[in-house]
Design a protein around this ligand. Structure first.
Ligand SMILES: [Zn+2]
Length: 190
């Protein structure tokens, strides 16, 4: 599967890399490697899934399937990121706690925090990552308990979908506009 998608996977607390990367990357912490910061970012994201699995008791594989069914790895957010990963700490997600983010958002919040905190020069010279800078204060706030005690069970992700994404809001507005409302599993027209 990792060879097929060219992505790493960490479904049961062990990181599975695409074979090529497994063979080539001998040390993720090496600063001399080509794309060293990208490799570190990647590693920290996957290590966050290891943390979710062992410290929080989350079935990362099930959560991943759940996100996949909802199109999280296919559909794109307006930011250009895949829906499963997208988050907006200056907008829709500004008032949330860490538990309110899904497993991919949590893993990205942790690795983005790392990048801005410890690889600042890389973030500054990489236009695609510039936007991370302005969110860092909020990221630090959301991670405040994680940074003190990462075994705190309050940090366990409760979100299985994409939160109040623009798409959800749009669908909700459309439902109101079209005078549909939902009661339990059924839809009614007004
Ligand atoms: Zn992931």
């Amino acid at each position: 599967m990792p060879d097929h998608s060219n992505n790493a996977m960490t479904p049961f607390g062990e990181i599975h890399l695409p074979s090529k990367d497994y063979d080539e990357i001998k040390d993720f912490s090496s600063t001399k490697a080509v794309d060293a910061e990208h490799k570190k970012r990647w590693f920290i994201h996957e290590m966050a899934h290891v943390w979710q699995y062992f410290a929080m008791g989350i079935s990362v594989a099930c959560r991943g399937v759940s996100l996949a069914i909802k199109g999280g790895y296919d559909k794109k957010h307006k930011s250009g990121r895949l829906m499963a990963y997208a988050y907006d700490l200056l907008g829709a997600d500004a008032r949330k706690e860490f538990k309110d983010f899904n497993i991919e958002q949590q893993a990205d919040i942790i690795c983005h925090y790392y990048l801005v905190q410890y690889e600042r020069q890389f973030v500054l010279r990489t236009p695609a990552f510039n936007y991370l800078l302005s969110e860092q204060a909020n990221r630090k706030y959301i991670l405040r308990e994680f940074l003190v005690n990462p075994t705190n069970k309050k940090l366990k992700s409760e979100q299985q979908g994409f939160n109040n994404t623009d798409e959800n809001i749009k669908n909700f507005k459309r439902a109101i506009q079209d005078k549909f409302y939902r009661k339990g599993p059924n839809f009614y027209s007004l």
